[in-house]
Design a protein around this ligand. Structure first.
Ligand SMILES: Cc1cc2nc3c(=O)[nH]c(=O)nc-3n(C[C@H](O)[C@H](O)[C@H](O)COP(=O)(O)OP(=O)(O)OC[C@H]3O[C@@H](n4cnc5c(N)ncnc54)[C@H](O)[C@@H]3O)c2cc1C
Length: 467
């Protein structure tokens, strides 16, 4: 019997009811996420597969796996639904994939205090549908809602399309249960607010499975909104609608969705709506009718002040209907293209220079066809920019080179212009070097934390940081 079989047998003995699969194809399917770079490498013949997939259905089973992992010094890679886009999931041949998708139930809803408790492996769209059926929403709508888990959202510090009203995942998580490396189960209590020491939830949110495994989460929920209304506007430039957004937030309005497309993206997505070369702003407001009417009226006045033109609500309805349709990376590669998206954030005064620098430098790369961007999350202090790039090269190796150059160029420009190198996709393997640049001396603290939690470096090694 091989050493690896012996290790798996020890796992089966430690947790007899745990589902453990080691068939090559089934393991390969859960040995990567949607990271374009790893897809390119797979197309170039690099094979990627972990040791086996364990699929726990209880917290006790997760704990047994992490106890076994410490004893046998086996690395464990938590896996939600694998929708991450930066290489957070990429197990080696001797590493176990911990597939959370069987922990997929809402365990309770508290109508009085507006909270929901849910197991970490539940699919986002099923979760939101079940909440809706009871008259609630979580207000978290990542484009990948049907591809991702409610636990993966916390592990990556996710953002949904309605974040301007409902906030991002860190504004929604109240309490959670986490299994630490070594198997200890801890519970961070669900309370409306607390000053009981530092907020430990923030150590685990965004840790991408390197410090422990989320098994259960308690999130804030809301009654379904009474009204939802949208409006689309076009502008001759980008600076004017950025001012509209800034002043909207500054005045205290919080439309649920704020999306501003530069002229390249507006041309791709809203051809026929506005004149060629225009930028397009979409606004969706929701909540009590009186507030929605007042909010849209106030925004319309700002649009007028900044010489925008009103294009009605159809473009917003069309965006809602198609908002989660995206071409697969596979289909882009089949067309000879290489493409990706890179989301960053900066304060208001830095946005336009940063945006211009990224488009100018990125477009100058050999083989680049287009670099474009849109704002999809706005705050009182600034906004994100979600850049998309697409280039063409015949050979896969040249596409990989262009891919790396594009990331280098866009994140270097972001860092130089004072933006953060990640708004909501996290770090994975793609952004580790820029995380060091962004955190400076504080990066050592993160490494120290990892070593304290996981002295054997067995939780998702290689993601987020090198310990
Ligand atoms: C088409 C598309 C659109 C997207 N749109 C958005 C968007 O609008 N907003 C957004 O924020 N993101 C978006 N993403 C990125 C992705 O969906 C998110 O990062 C999501 O939160 C990942 O969830 P997952 O369950 O699929 O996690 P996975 O991809 O399986 O894992 C991601 C990371 O979290 C770790 N992890 C997973 N589950 C757990 C757990 N229970 N405990 C501890 N660690 C865990 C993994 O080890 C890995 O490091 C998009 C991705 C795609 C492909």
């Amino acid at each position: 019997m091989s050493g690896q079989q012996e290790i798996l047998n020890a796992l089966r003995a430690a947790a007899p009811k745990l589902e453990v699969v080691d068939a090559a194809e089934a393991v390969a399917a859960k040995s990567h996420d949607y990271w374009m770079r790893s897809l390119l490498q797979r197309r170039m013949g690099v094979t990627q597969r972990g040791l086996a997939v364990a699929r726990p259905s209880t917290t006790a089973e997760v704990s047994s796996v992490l106890t076994w992992a410490r004893k046998t010094k086996t690395s464990v890679v938590p896996f939600g639904l694998g929708s991450g886009v930066v290489g957070g999931v990429l197990p080696e041949r001797d590493q176990l994939v911990l597939d959370m998708s069987a922990m997929d139930k809402i365990t309770s809803i508290n109508d009085n205090s507006l909270t929901v408790t849910v197991q970490a492996g539940m699919r986002g769209s099923t979760f939101e549908e079940q909440l809706n059926a009871k008259g609630f929403t979580m207000g978290h709508f990542p484009q990948s809602i049907a591809l991702s888990t409610v636990g993966g959202w916390c592990a990556t510090r996710a953002s949904g399309q309605h974040s301007t009203l409902y906030g991002n995942i860190e504004n929604m998580l109240l309490g959670c249960e986490i299994v630490l490396p070594g198997g200890q189960v801890i519970t961070l209590p669900s309370v409306p607010r607390s000053a009981a020491g530092p907020d430990l939830r923030h150590i685990f949110m965004g840790a991408e499975g390197v410090l422990g495994v989320f098994t259960e989460l308690t999130y804030r929920i809301h009654p379904l909104p009474e009204t939802q209304k949208g409006r689309a506007y076009a502008f001759a430039d980008l600076a004017a609608p950025i001012e509209v957004l800034r002043k909207t937030l500054r005045a205290g309005w919080t439309p649920s969705v704020t999306r501003l497309y530069d002229s390249r993206e507006a041309g791709r997505n809203f051809a026929g709506v506005a004149a060629e070369g225009s930028s397009v702003l979409l606004v969706l407001s929701e909540g009590p009718s009186a507030r929605v009417e007042a909010e849209l009226e106030a925004i319309a006045a700002l649009v007028k002040e900044h010489r925008g033109t009103d294009h009605g609500d159809e473009p917003v309805k069309s965006w809602i209907d198609h908002r989660n349709d995206v071409p697969t990376f596979e289909s882009l590669l089949d067309q000879g293209l290489v493409a990706d998206t890179i989301e960053i954030a900066a304060s208001w005064e830095k946005l336009v220079p940063l945006w211009e620098a990224v488009v100018e430098r990125g477009s100058a790369l050999d083989g680049m066809l287009v670099v474009s961007g849109h704002i999809s999350h706005s705050y009182t202090q600034g906004a994100n920019i979600y850049f998309t790039f697409a280039g063409a090269k015949e050979e896969m190796a040249d596409r990989l080179k262009l891919y790396d150059q594009a990331w280098d160029t866009i994140l270097d420009a972001t860092h130089e212009h004072g933006g953060t190198i990640a708004h909501h996709h996290g770090i994975g393997r793609m952004r580790k070097e820029w995380l060091k640049k962004e955190l400076g001396g504080a990066h050592d603290l993160l490494v120290a934390l990892k070593r304290a939690f996981d002295p054997d470096n067995i939780m998702n090694p290689g993601a987020l940081l090198d310990a």
